[in-house]
Design a protein around this ligand. Structure first.
Ligand code: NAP
Length: 361
């Protein structure tokens, strides 16, 4: 018997309130449409950031919920084409991409090639094309079946850190001798620490909370690890830069005042500490600057050529993925309760950093 439609939805003004919306069996496809059955998706703090910027950056618009006030958060995942009325998309095609936390997704492919199927549905208009992209695994040079969970948990996060490190190195780190990385236990920060340490042009310094200290120290991708309440023990005479994944006003204020002019850059990427107060005032040292990954992709695709870019990124990702197999434990579960719990824990910051949550409905 075909499975019924099922969506996980989140109150847009209170992410601790969630619900499941059941549907009838998915309706017949219109000409040109394709239906995916969502096989599995990953949940990390990055998905909470999508809710945080849902209104500002349009994340709620990817997958309309059908009711004002409720939203569907996107997640990286794998899905299989289970029905197709598009001549270039075959049933059985397995794709990596952005899916809703749902059982099914219907798209309206516009541009289709062996490497990518783009959803051209009207509600996607004006949203970044990168999120409308479904990549068949058959044409993905860095896909392996064995690494599927690592791919959905970390490949997108790694890409951001690969680009951020490249962007900072391109500017010779503005003279900094160390890169301070907040929320050092997050997967995005671990990827950045790994890249900085691999290249050896600066010390990588991880900043984290007391509860994650031992895990972060054990990773080996940071030359030094300090907790948020010991920031003043850092050497204020060293020229440093910071990359901020936490968005915590108190931490940022402390670092800017501690280093003053020795703080050579402040690159903003994330906001894992979303409940903390932000620092809105002018601070000593470098001005915070939001890192915009698409600009660096554009620059490097021009410098290295699109194939050269994919090759370098692929080689770097493979090294990171293989190294991560030494600490990443995948927590894989199916069903409503397991998804609800994973979301609640991720919003509250109760997750264990060596675990990667992979869910299915
Ligand atoms: N702008 C971009 O393009 C882009 C791309 C990728 C990622 N990011 C951002 O990078 C950040 C990290 O994402 P991720 O998916 O790598 O995270 P993750 O692996 O799920 O990170 C978990 C860690 O984040 C901190 N944390 C999470 N929730 C918290 C809470 N409610 N309260 C306090 N601390 C909390 C804790 O680290 P500590 O104890 O070490 O602080 C925790 O161990 C996110 O903000 C994400 O949006 C941005």
């Amino acid at each position: 018997m075909p499975r019924e439609e099922l969506d996980f939805q989140i109150r847009r003004d209170d992410w601790t309130k969630t619900r499941f919306v059941e549907g009838a069996q998915p309706a017949e496809l219109a000409e040109g449409q394709v239906r995916f059955e969502v096989d599995k998706f990953a949940i990390t703090a990055n998905n909470v950031s999508y809710a945080l910027s849902g209104d500002g950056l349009g994340y709620w618009r990817f997958f309309p919920s059908g009711e004002e006030g409720w939203g569907r958060v996107p997640a990286m995942g794998f899905g299989n084409v289970v029905a197709s009325r598009h001549p270039q998309v075959a049933e059985g095609t397995r794709c990596f991409g952005f899916y809703p936390m749902s059982r099914f997704l219907v798209i309206e492919p516009g541009n289709v090639s062996a490497a990518n199927i783009f959803d051209a549905a009207a509600h996607r208009e004006g949203l970044a094309p990168a999120y409308a992209q479904y990549a068949p695994v058959s044409a993905d040079a860095i896909y392996t079946k064995k690494s599927e969970d690592a791919i959905i948990l970390m490949r997108g996060l790694f890409l951001t850190s690969f680009l951020a490190e490249d962007y900072l190195m391109d500017a010779e780190l503005h003279g900094a001798k160390a890169v301070l990385i907040t929320s050092a236990s997050s997967k995005t920060s671990i990827a950045l620490g790994f890249q900085v340490k691999q290249h050896g042009n600066a010390r990588s310094v991880g900043l984290t909370s007391q509860r994650n200290l031992e895990f972060v120290k054990g990773l080996g991708c940071y030359d030094q690890v300090v907790t948020y309440d010991e920031l003043k023990s850092l050497d204020a005479n060293e020229s440093v830069g910071m990359v901020d994944m936490a968005g915590n006003g108190e931490v940022n204020r402390t670092l800017h005042h501690h280093y003053g002019d020795q703080l050579k850059f402040d690159c903003t990427i994330g906001a894992t500490h979303w409940e903390a107060e932000r620092s809105g005032e002018a601070l000593p040292g470098a001005k915070p600057e939001f890192f915009f990954a698409p600009s660096q992709i554009q620059k490097r695709s021009a410098d290295w050529g699109p194939a050269g870019f994919q090759e370098r990124m692929g080689t770097a990702w493979s090294a990171f993925r293989d190294w991560s197999a030494g600490w990443l434990e995948v927590d894989r579960a199916e069903g409503r309760d397991a998804l609800e719990q994973a979301w609640a824990d991720t919003v509250a910051g109760r997750t264990t950093p060596n675990q990667g949550l992979v869910r299915s409905l």
